[in-house]
Ligand binder design. Sequence first.
Ligand code: APR
Ligand code: PHB
Length: 391
Amino acid sequence: MKTSVCIVGGGPSGLLLSQLLHLQGIETVVLERQSREYVLSRIRAGVLERGFAALMRQAQCGERMDREGEVHDGFFIAHGGQQHRIDLHKFSGGSSVLVYGQTEVTRDLYAARDLLQGVVVHNAEDVQLHDLKSSTGTYVTYRQGDETLRIDCDYVVGADGFHGVSRKSIPRDVLREYEKVYPFGWLGVLSRTKPVSPELIYARHARGFALCSLRSQVLSRYYIQVPLTDRVEDWSDAAFWDELQRRLPSSIAGQLVTGPSIEKSIAPLRSYVAEPMRYGNLFLAGDAAHIVPPTGARGLNTAGSDVHYLYQALVAHYRKGDDTGLDRYSEQALARVWKAQRFSWWMTNLLHTYPDQPAYDQQLQATELAYLFSSEKAQAALVENYVGLPY
Ligand code: APR
Ligand code: PHB
């Protein structure tokens, strides 16, 4: 096979880029290691910033998102038995976020790719990238069953997530990695129950962080902070609901509707950035290059900003022979990536309890919260980041 851009990874980053490029007449092939059913069974976060939603519309994938997604103008931070509302609308000059699950985003992207007969190869095993520095001969190989196939291309986009092969194809002496591992994870439960609050509640509690989120008015998503040593099997549904209730202000806990979990999983919290995001004809996008703890809902949105920059750069290359965007991609994408890292790290520190946290750090954390609730300027800074910094 021959194509212009070979995209490794059929998650939201790869699919969105492929769809946007296709609409500009730029050919792509997407190689995905898993089956479509598997990709669509993964439950991930659900808050879309304005820029991401706009990209979905530009990709002609916004119809169901706009119909079924919920516009949220604010969220709550609960602390010390009280709730404080963070007014997104007021502090962002009228912006909001859209609550729409990443699984649904991915489903819509697959439907759009099907409609345009976009090439998405599933169960592509042993993907390998070749001659990334070559000006004439970059290619990708993969295996399907007993057959090894080859795709010749101008560029490779590594959108294959944190555990993908693309980042590992950059030589060790070129790649710089920055990482922070947090001493806890999030235990998440999805349940077909009425959400306890129409707006998200981020709760700081001495027993640990908790989050009340939702997918719709009949589908709730809740999380609690747990030690890294905990296993999902350790947590019965009853134990989960009990612990969640303890961490919420009593007025909210009393209204919690519980039910059987549809999905239950533990995700460790980690911050990670790989630099540069370009190596020869390879460009990294999304989780392949960086991940954040989910606290600020930046993961998917930051993947979206990579896709935005890369899309603009590739269109300028193919339309006008202008490579400035491609040459600046790594620097431009990373500038925004690091701001999302800073915000996610800040919000994680603000709301979680740390094992053996020194008394000094505990006091600072309490002061940070008190300052936030007393200062409209501090709230405006939170909001500016939460609704998404401009591209
Ligand atoms: N070959 C082909 N495909 C691969 C390979 C490989 N070697 N390794 C991984 N993949 C696929 C995965 O199966 C997955 O479907 O790449 C895809 C990467 O998708 P995601 O992990 O979802 O990453 P991305 O598309 O960048 O999505 C952005 O934002 O909120 C975060 O983690 C959240 O997934 C979300 C991300
Ligand atoms: C979610 O709904 O899964 C969710 C929402 C907000 C976050 C993280 C996760 O910050």
